[in-house]
Design a protein around this ligand. Sequence first.
Ligand SMILES: Cc1ncc(COP(=O)(O)O)c(C=O)c1O
Length: 386
Amino acid sequence: MKDIYYFDNASTSFPKAPGVAEAMARCLAEVVGSVGRGSHTGAYAAASRTLEIREALCRFFGAPAARNVVLTPGCTYALNLVLKGLLRPGDRAAASVMEHNAVLRPLRQLERRGVETVRLPCGPDGLLDLEQAEALLTPGLRLCVLTHVSNVCGALQPIEAVGRLCRERGIFFCVDAAQSAGPVPLNMGALGIDALALPAHKSLLGPQGLGALLLTDALAGALEPLVAGGTGSQSDLLDMPPFLPDRFEAGTLNLPGIYGLGAALDWWAAQDAAALRRREQKLTGHLLARLRELEPDGLRVLGPLDPERQIGVVAVDFPGLDNAEAAFRLDRDFHIQTRCGLHCAPLAHQTLGTFPQGAVRFSVGPFTPFEDIDYLQAAVCELMGV
Ligand SMILES: Cc1ncc(COP(=O)(O)O)c(C=O)c1O
């Protein structure tokens, strides 16, 4: 038995991309100064590396320009920035029932301030009901926010079709790419996305505590900053600077995180992205097949159950065994790391029929060996007594 059979990549990826830890340590040990906060070569070098990372994100995700890449303390912050920066009392916004609490909770706060929300329904497999979405995304809505991939069951939403609807109807379109940014091809321009929120620490294989919000100029022009403070630019102004990205980046940036993300993006740039996606789909197919062998014994496997319509995030509901106990025993007895419960997505579990008991989630990453999935299945069999 190994020490670690890591099936919790949807929480945070592990291991990180080669070079990430070293880049972060190097930043702390060797980089002298902070972006925009020093009149010396160390601060200029940090600013120049930060710009390279904005450029890399811009290329990776098809943002309009490097200045449209706002660095944030995480994906949650990026989503709050869009929702709270844009929506005003009387506005209407649509969001699917598969959203994470990073969307649902700010929306609830906004509802209390007079914003109306429209819920886009999904089927019992977690996939968006496009027909209903088409009927509900009416002109006059200010924003549609959609998670690209469900963090509970991996369902890959049809963002291209939703982007087209939003464009036709003059609705800003925000995509929560927390689970998809990395292995799934994503191009803002081609998909009609106005705001793309992502964390560094999940599929991009970077560190925690850093994210990005990629914005079109049109949406950026409509957003109020969420937090105000020093930017190191236009210090004569008592207002936030009018230009990107400074307008939305108050306070000292997370430089070790930025260097770590830079190393992760360098790793991604050196990979054959299509081959990685193919491997991920094969891995997902293998995980689904092995788990579904236990369906006749009562294991409920959730989601689309199709590697073409999901990524490698699969949740199961154990028969006759508390899911929290199952996760505990997988960790204690088999060194298998998973996550049980409601995964910060209560409406998703209602949709999948696993509320309030929740489920146990298995999520793979680019470094998951195929044989670990066979080991996982054997452990699940032992728990189920089959
Ligand atoms: C779908 C989804 N959205 C948003 C988030 C929030 O990301 P973070 O906690 O990194 O800000 C997560 C994290 O699990 C997620 O899975």
